[in-house]
Design a protein. Structure first.
Length: 208
């Protein structure tokens, strides 16, 4: 299965963009500085220190400067260790749209670290979180993407979650999804968009 919207993983901060290297203790202190520019440089340099993941995740939850927030998220994506990935996933529960959306964009590029968490996210009690999880799947280059989407449209009881998954499945699905797409139309017979999008997906995969 080829994901049409897959993109190359963005490069982490290059050495030429950072200031002269500083030790971990100094960087952690600078991450709390009142000057956003200093916090930004510290967040960039900390990408090379996996032990700083906890500090970056903590700062991410409180950071008010947009540029610093984006650098922290990128640095956590460069680390991609368990602490960093869990910190990014926690952003899916945030009411802060920029923090949440920045995390989603980075999580899209981390198929292997994110995969073990996807089952839990797709069954989260909050339908918004389930929708955000489907948004992560949009560019997640992982062999289970279609399987996850099929499970959503077969089992999720929220039409908005199913519609989001259906939109993506219409782009990346194969003949494997035919039965699930037919079933979805029966699950929500009063939803015109579901029928329209499912028929469109079936036609695209050659099963319409």
């Amino acid at each position: 299965m080829a994901l049409k919207k897959g993109q190359p993983t963005p490069a982490c901060h290059s050495p030429g963009e950072r200031q002269e290297p500083r030790n971990l203790e100094t960087l952690l202190q600078t991450l709390l500085d009142e000057d956003p520019m200093k916090r930004r440089w510290a967040a960039r340099d900390l990408a090379e220190h996996p032990a700083a993941a906890v500090a970056l995740v903590t700062q991410l939850q409180h950071e008010t400067d947009t540029t610093v927030l984006q650098v922290i998220v990128t640095s956590l994506g460069c680390m991609a260790n368990d602490v960093a990935v869990r910190g990014l996933i926690d952003c899916l529960y945030s009411e802060h749209a920029l923090r949440r959306n920045a995390a989603i964009e980075v999580l899209k590029e981390l198929p292997e670290p994110v995969a073990p968490h996807m089952g839990q996210l797709l069954h989260d009690p909050d339908p918004d979180v389930r929708i955000f999880a489907v948004n992560v799947l949009e560019s997640l280059r992982h062999p289970n993407v279609e399987e996850w989407l099929i499970e959503v449209i077969l089992k999720d009881d929220q039409v908005n979650v199913c519609a989001t998954a259906l939109d993506l499945l219409g782009e990346v699905g194969s003949l494997r999804a035919r039965e699930a797409l037919q079933t979805l139309k029966q699950r929500f017979p009063q939803e015109p968009y579901i029928r329209f999008a499912a028929d469109l997906a079936l036609k695209r995969i050659g099963a319409g």
